[in-house]
Structure formats: structure tokens, C-alpha cells
Design a protein around this ligand. Structure first.
Ligand SMILES: C[S@@+](CC[C@H](N)C(=O)[O-])C[C@H]1O[C@@H](n2cnc3c(N)ncnc32)[C@H](O)[C@@H]1O
Length: 402
């Protein structure tokens, strides 16, 4: 969740120097690649270049003093609700291994396993797959400090398991951190937005034909979602810019290949394709976050700011189904939490303990109010078994919108 406050802070000199180093690396890559790289390659370097990218370097990132705040950072109630849903999956599948992908500061793992311990449902193992070596180090330190007695349950992976996997896969705000391709759709023409350099070596957009044929196929299906989209781009000078997250689609397919028995729960901001590719969203959803300031310039200080795009959950559902998984639920974060035990988890909250009571109320509002995270954030459940049914999807299941 990212909030805007004023004024936009001036970065420190050392921060600018760090960004300058990454900028040089990206400039060099563009030159070596013949003058342009896809935006997905640019975003990949900006976020994950070893030691320099936004997620790979040692910046604060999460929480009040970072650039954005995620649900598990807002409240332990989020991870506790997820834990209750994990118990339901464990009971229905008999699988007791959890794999969290993209664990950030490690806070969700800490709160989730603590709740599982409290409920006498400790997983056999809690695996973490994290791209960033710096975050992995941070996760290990945090878990060791907060839960020394449970540390033995944790195992860090370098890549997705190569052998068949049995268990639960979790990812909160994982997919939105995957690099996206940018498309520009005009009347009859389709362009991919590449990143090139001007004569001063500044990053500039360069629109060319897409090199990857998958993008053309996806653009055709985007055109067909809303007839009014064609009306919009038929107007002279009008274009429709949007993102395509091929990495998220491929990631779901890789997971589907290894998951033999179990489920995947993914939480992120986004929409069904109908809403995502609405003609009104003609500039896409690409967004940058720097110290709780939101803007749309991905070329500003690479490595210092987060770059992200919303998720087209229909493409995730489709990728899952194509690879043999079942979509067992799709709902808003608010409905997921309200039906998934949020109220029960707060039943012991003492109204006479005013500070704690109001703090808990504030956290619940942030997680569930429509104008906060409640509606924009969605939860999707994919499974190897179509009979899997979780209480958290009982209030509202919007599966048919995908
Ligand atoms: C926006 S952060 C969310 C962190 C955390 N889940 C939370 O909710 O606070 C995205 C996380 O996903 C990780 N990540 C992105 N792509 C990944 C991938 N393909 N495999 C593993 N981790 C990934 C990033 O390094 C980062 O930890």
C-alpha cells in the first residue's frame, strides 16, 4: 500500500551516487544490446541488478520509513488470517509444507508461523524463496531474533523446487514486483515500448515492433475485451498504453509444473482483465514509489525507487488453468479477511486498553476499507484439487469475473 504525502523529499548525495552507478550499468547494457532494451529488462535491472537494484541493495524499502507499506507490515492480523487459511488447506490436502515466495522483511513468515504454532499446526517446513540476497539476509536475522525456537523450521531456497512439490505456496505483493513489458496500441499498429538513450545518455522511450510474438497475441486479446477500446484508439493521436506481465504468467506455469498436491494463495493489487484493460485506463498502471510518494517516471533515480504494475488476475487464472490447476477462489482482500477470521482474531482485544484497541481498529481499517487496501487488493486461490474450499472465499467469490 502506497500513500502520497508532501513534499517530495530530495535524495541524499550518497543515494544519488548509488543510483548513478546503476544508471551506468543500464546504459552499458543498452549499448551492448545494440541501442535499446525492453522495459522488462530495464525494470529487471532497476529492481534486481546484484548489489545495485532496488530490491538487491540495502535500502529500507518497507514500512513507515521506507518507500511503501505492505499488509503484513501494517498488522499481524493479516498474516494470522492467512495462517488460519493455511490450516484449512493443510486439513483438506494433508500437506504441511509452506513455501513463501518474495518474503520481504520476513514479517509475514514470523507472524504466520507464530499463529500456526499457537493453533498447534506448525508446518513441517517453512521454505522461503527470495530473489534478493540482501532481503534473504534480513529475513534470516529477523526470524532468528524473533523466533529462535522455530528457526529450525525455516529453509531458504535458491530457486523453485526442481522435484515435485507438495504443500502451500504463498506470495504477498510478489507478482507486482515482477518486470513487465509495455505495449502501446494505436489504431491498427502495435508497438512495444523499449528503453534507449538520447545523445546525453539519458533514458528515453523508443517504440518499435514487439520482438516477442506472445505480446502480439496478448495485444489482440486486449483489443477484443472492450469494443470501446477500438473507438478510443481510432481517434487521431490517441494510443492505449498498458503492461503485460509475462514473467508472472511463466512463474504460474512453472509452479503448476512442480505442484503435485496443494494450493497457491497470491495477494496483490489488481483487477480482472475486464477492469484492467478498460479504455479509461489508457496510460496503464505502471507506478513508482519513493518514500511514500507515488509518480509515473520509471527513469527517475533507478535503484532508489520501487517500480511496479498492477496485476491482471485473469491472466494468472488463465495461466493456472492452462497448466492444469483449478481456480478455487478470487475475492477482495476485505472479503478474504472478514470471512477468514479477522473478527474472531480480535475477540480478545480489550476496549479498556485504549491505545491497543484504537491501534487495532486503525490497522483493520487500513486492511479492509475500500479506499485503503480493501478493494484494490485481491486474493486468488489456485489448487491441484477443485474441491478445495476455504472459508475466506465464502463471503464473496468473484471467480466468474476472471
Ligand atoms: C513488494 S515486495 C513484497 C514483500 C513481502 N511479501 C511483503 O508483503 O512485505 C516483493 C518481494 O518479492 C521478491 N521477488 C520478486 N520476484 C521474485 C521471484 N521471482 N522470486 C522470489 N522473490 C521475488 C522481492 O525481492 C521482494 O522481496
Amino acid at each position: 500500500m502506497k500513500k502520497q504525502t508532501d513534499p517530495f523529499p530530495e535524495p541524499l548525495e550518497e543515494v544519488k551516487a548509488h543510483s548513478e552507478q546503476l544508471k551506468k550499468l543500464i546504459q552499458k547494457t543498452i549499448k551492448v544490446q545494440g541501442g535499446k532494451i525492453s522495459f522488462a529488462d530495464y525494470m529487471n535491472l532497476a529492481l534486481y541488478a546484484p548489489g545495485l537494484g532496488y530490491y538487491s541493495a540495502g535500502l529500507k524499502k518497507f514500512g513507515q520509513y521506507g518507500d511503501f507499506i505492505t499488509a503484513p507490515e501494517i498488522s499481524p492480523l493479516f498474516s494470522q488470517c492467512l495462517a488460519l487459511q493455511c490450516i484449512e488447506i493443510m486439513q483438506q490436502t494433508q500437506q504441511t509444507v509452506i513455501l513463501e515466495v518474495g518474503a520481504g522483511s520476513g514479517i509475514m513468515a514470523i507472524e504466520l508461523i507464530s499463529e500456526l504454532e499457537k493453533q498447534a499446526h506448525l508446518p513441517e517446513q517453512y521454505l522461503i524463496l527470495e530473489l534478493s540476497a540482501e532481503l534473504r539476509d534480513r529475513q534470516q536475522k529477523a526470524i532468528k531474533a524473533r523466533l529462535p525456537h522455530l528457526y529450525k523450521h525455516f529453509v531458504w531456497l535458491d530457486r523453485l523446487p526442481q522435484s515435485p512439490f507438495y504443500g502451500i505456496i504463498l506470495g504477498n505483493e510478489l507478482l507486482d514486483a515482477m518486470p513487465v513489458h509495455l505495449l502501446k496500441i494505436e489504431q491498427e499498429a502495435l508497438f512495444e515500448r523499449y528503453v534507449a538513450l538520447d545523445d546525453q545518455d539519458n533514458f528515453i522511450w523508443q517504440d518499435n515492433s514487439p520482438e516477442n510474438p506472445r505480446l502480439e497475441k496478448i495485444a489482440d486479446s486486449i483489443r477484443s475485451i472492450h469494443s470501446s477500446l477500438q473507438h478510443l484508439i481510432d481517434k487521431p493521436g490517441k494510443a492505449y498504453i498498458t503492461e503485460v506481465n509475462l514473467q508472472a504468467i511463466d512463474w504460474i506455469k512453472s509452479i503448476a509444473e512442480i505442484l503435485k498436491d496443494g494450493a497457491i494463495l497470491l495477494i496483490d493489487y489488481g483487477y480482472s482483465a475486464q477492469e484492467y484493460y478498460h479504455p479509461q485506463r489508457s496510460m496503464g498502471t505502471l507506478m513508482c514509489h519513493y518514500q511514500h510518494h507515488r509518480h509515473d517516471d520509471p527513469f527517475y533515480l533507478p535503484g532508489i525507487q520501487d517500480i511496479t504494475a498492477h496485476i491482471d488476475f485473469s491472466s494468472i487464472a488463465h495461466a493456472g488453468k492452462e497448466s492444469g490447476l483449478q481456480v478455487c477462489g478470487f475475492t477482495t482482500q476485505a472479503h478474504f479477511l472478514m470471512a477468514g477470521g479477522l473478527v474472531e482474531l480480535t475477540k480478545d482485544c480489550d476496549p479498556d486498553d485504549t491505545i491497543n484497541f484504537y491501534e487495532t481498529a486503525r490497522q483493520i481499517k487500513m486492511l479492509t476499507l475500500p479506499e485503503e487496501m480493501g478493494e484494490l487488493f485481491k486474493v486468488i486461490l489456485l489448487s491441484t484439487d477443485k474441491r478445495l474450499s476455504l472459508a475466506a472465499f465464502n463471503l464473496k467469490n468473484f471467480q466468474n469475473r476472471l
